[in-house]
Ligand binder design. Structure first.
Ligand code: DP6
Length: 353
């Protein structure tokens, strides 16, 4: 890797990148953040991180990569140390980092303490900034930019690999999509029914307290989980089923798989050793009310969960008006301080000026 000759010694890039919600869940990993099963997610739109990066090409490769890190306007040493450690650990994949000194500023559009995962949007925004710098300063750059950003995002946080892709992303080798890869996520939105391009994800914040077991610790516990192998096979099978459902626009089949995936994720936590529960009583109450409402009305609304107590309510755009009173009257009272983030499938990251 060589830096282009005669270029400016400093510059600035800024990217905004969204969070995502998995339909078939990544849970369990090996080696350098490779997934033990394939996953698929909707890329979101409103829940996002914007990161700006002022870079200088440095003389001495021993100097730290990060010279300053601000989160939501304030210096944040804990985040700075984490990112410094992460970027140092990936220099073998991204040798350009040896030559860079970075001043970073990052902020989320959703409240920091809302209890929704920010690692996917944060790591993908950071990865896009670094890969953008790499693209503009490295001589003979021939990489696929999105793939490269997905790889770096993945090394930061597995699910972040999917956030660089618009609409619908698949990450991980599987029996159904030949070009899917464990290194990076690929786009799949163009292959599904257009109903799924306009799906809503209303995130009901049941609790914004910090989780008792982090996702990283949860993934590790899969190593000793007696059901792990069966789970990896089930996830692979579910990917095949959900792809068929999404291609044909079969909402009932889609709902069936999405909800089973959410339940399986939490069942895996409950049978880990030590076992743990991330759902709260109101998580279960929301699930029961969503299922009753669906039975009574036939409206194709379903829930999914990530590794926490908050419920993601998924439904097609056409049903928004019919769902709004149900959400405000029956579900909002079950959230913490009537906290809800209304989001929908989005077009992926954007480069900002
Ligand atoms: C339940 O990507 O947060 O949201 O790779 O350790 O950073 P790390 O884990 P992370 O795990 C996400 C798990 C999940 C399911 C998913 O998004 O696929």
């Amino acid at each position: 890797m060589k830096i282009k000759k005669g270029i400016a010694q400093e510059g600035f890039v800024k990217w905004e990148s969204p969070s995502n919600i998995a339909l078939v869940k990544y849970w369990g990993k090996y080696g350098r953040q490779y997934p033990t099963n394939p996953s698929i997610s909707f890329t979101l739109s409103n829940a996002k991180t914007s990161t700006s990066c002022k870079y200088t090409i440095k003389e001495n490769s021993q100097d730290p990569i990060i010279s300053n890190f601000k989160f939501e306007g304030k210096e944040n040493l804990a985040f700075e140390n984490r990112i410094q450690k992460f970027l140092t650990s990936v220099i073998d994949y991204f040798p350009v980092l040896n030559q860079l000194s970075l001043e970073l500023e990052s902020e989320n559009t959703f409240p920091h303490s809302s209890g929704i995962a920010s690692s996917a949007s944060a790591m993908s925004a950071l990865a896009l900034c670094i890969c953008d710098i790499e693209k503009s300063i490295v001589e003979d750059y021939k990489e696929n930019f999105t793939q490269r950003a997905s790889i770096l995002a993945r090394l930061g946080s597995g699910s972040a690999s999917r956030s660089v892709i618009e609409k619908l992303a698949i990450w991980g080798k599987n029996d159904f999509v030949a070009h899917a890869d464990n290194d990076y996520a690929i786009a799949f939105g163009d292959n599904v029914h257009t109903d799924f391009h306009k799906y809503h994800d209303d995130i009901l914040i049941v609790s914004k307290n910090e989780k008792s077991v982090s996702s990283s610790a949860g993934h590790k516990l899969m190593d000793g989980n007696p059901y792990a192998e069966a789970r990896y096979q089930d996830a692979n099978k579910n990917l095949g089923l959900i792809l068929n459902a999404m291609k044909s626009g079969d909402h009932d089949a889609f709902i069936h798989i999405v909800e089973r995936e959410a339940m399986s994720l939490h069942a895996l936590m409950m049978c880990s050793d030590p076992s743990y529960i991330l759902m709260e009583p109101n998580t279960i109450e929301v699930i029961n009310r969503v299922r009753s409402f669906r039975r009574e009305t036939n409206i194709p609304v379903c829930f999914t969960l990530d590794a926490g107590p908050n419920v993601h309510l998924l439904y097609p755009d056409d049903y928004t008006d019919k769902l709004t009173p149900f959400i405000s009257e029956q579900l909002m009272p079950l959230t913490q301080n009537h906290n809800i983030i209304r989001d929908h499938v989005g077009n992926g990251p954007t480069k900002l000026d």
